[in-house]
Ligand binder design. Structure first.
Ligand code: SF4
Length: 348
């Protein structure tokens, strides 16, 4: 049973953090009775930081023109292959590849890249391209959405990350990312991928001045699509990192641990039709991430051999596989490595 919007609003307005956490923990236990918390070993590769969208919350992008464009890059394929070879050597099972929107990078460039990776590393799971990138590739290549996803999949794309969702309420999107795709567009990409049999993840970036109602609208959109297609593997909420961004904000305005844990727990309760909810160490640090395992989270995300986007906002939490396994064990769970599709396996 999911929460109603009114119940979710009541929880957001409540100070009973522990009570909310216990309810979320009880639902987590029902969905994952085996007492396991999972993690994945993979690498984020950002093939370009050039972007035309100017999202005010983003510290990562560089414009195509003007003085700041000197800091822009497009990785060559050989560099990407080297990064993946390193990932494989270090026990990684997948790659999360995303980039800015660059009109010169049409579908042929992406097909060549994906198939080049799969030829060299057939075992690597390719979890790539946020909804806004897929829509941009379609537009630059004069293709419809469905054909774009089909061609990317035929070239080697295995699943699609939830990036670009931010808050799925256009009132917020107009304020923080005026040029970026609308909520319906994000939903359309994920619906089309699910209809084609692909799995995707859903994310939420909160703490950009949205109201509780905006957050709840976001949950509802994700919940409704999951009811329709069942294609989401997990939900990953994370808080806005204001450093080096136009949207900015003072460090002390950033979401606190209490705020984060509350969002995590309410998302677990609302999205009862999504099996996995991820607790984030990248934005929250290891200690809050560990607490998240008792606030509805059943996964701690990736060991992440490379990460550039959150780092661009000046946040440099880092960890190792051993450390993630230790925080999982100390929270009372059995650690298990998983693949990108949340299939777990145990290490000796
Ligand atoms: S968030 Fe993505 S789309 Fe927006 S400016 Fe940054 S790279 Fe571009």
């Amino acid at each position: 049973m999911s929460l109603t919007k009114a119940e979710a609003l009541e929880l957001f307005n409540s100070d009973d953090l522990i009570g909310i956490g216990m309810e979320a923990d009880a639902l987590r236990r029902k969905l994952h009775p085996e007492g396991v918390a999972s993690y994945v070993i993979d690498r984020n590769i950002n093939y370009t930081n050039f972007c035309t969208e100017y999202c005010t919350f983003c510290a990562f992008y560089r414009p195509l023109k003007g003085p700041a464009s000197k800091e822009g890059y497009i990785l060559d394929f050989e560099t990407i292959y080297e990064k993946i070879a390193e990932t494989v050597e270090l026990g990684g099972t997948g790659v999360l590849m995303q980039g800015g929107l660059h009109p010169d990078l049409k579908i042929e460039w992406h097909e060549k890249l994906l198939s080049g990776i799969k030829q060299r590393f057939p075992q690597i799971h390719l979890h790539c391209y946020s909804a806004s990138e897929i829509l941009a590739i379609a537009e630059y290549s004069n293709l419809d959405l469905r054909d774009t996803i089909v061609r990317l999949r035929e070239a080697g794309l295995d699943s699609i990350p939830g990036g670009g969702a931010e808050i799925l309420d256009d009132e917020v999107r107009h304020r923080i990312a005026r040029l970026k795709c609308l909520s319906d567009d994000w939903i359309a990409v994920h619906r089309t991928a699910h209809q084609l049999g692909m799995r995707t993840t859903a994310t939420m970036m909160f703490g950009v001045g949205e109201t509780y109602e905006h957050r709840i609208n976001h949950f509802q959109r994700v919940f409704d699509l999951q009811e329709e297609t069942g294609g989401f593997t997990s939900f990953i909420p994370w808080s806005f990192q204001p450093g080096n961004t136009a949207l900015g904000g003072r460090k002390w305005d950033e979401a606190t641990a209490v705020e984060y844990l509350k969002v995590l727990a309410i998302s677990r309760l609302f999205l009862s039709n999504i099996k996995n909810v991820q607790s984030s160490w990248v934005t929250q640090g290891l200690k809050v991430c560990q607490m998240g395992l008792r606030f509805g989270g059943n996964d701690v995300g990736s060991v992440m051999l490379e990460e550039n986007v959150v780092k661009a906002a000046g946040v440099t939490n880092c960890t190792t596989e051993e450390e993630l396994r230790r925080i999982i064990r100390d929270a009372g769970f059995r650690p298990a490595q998983r693949d990108t599709l949340y299939r777990t396996y145990f290490l000796n």
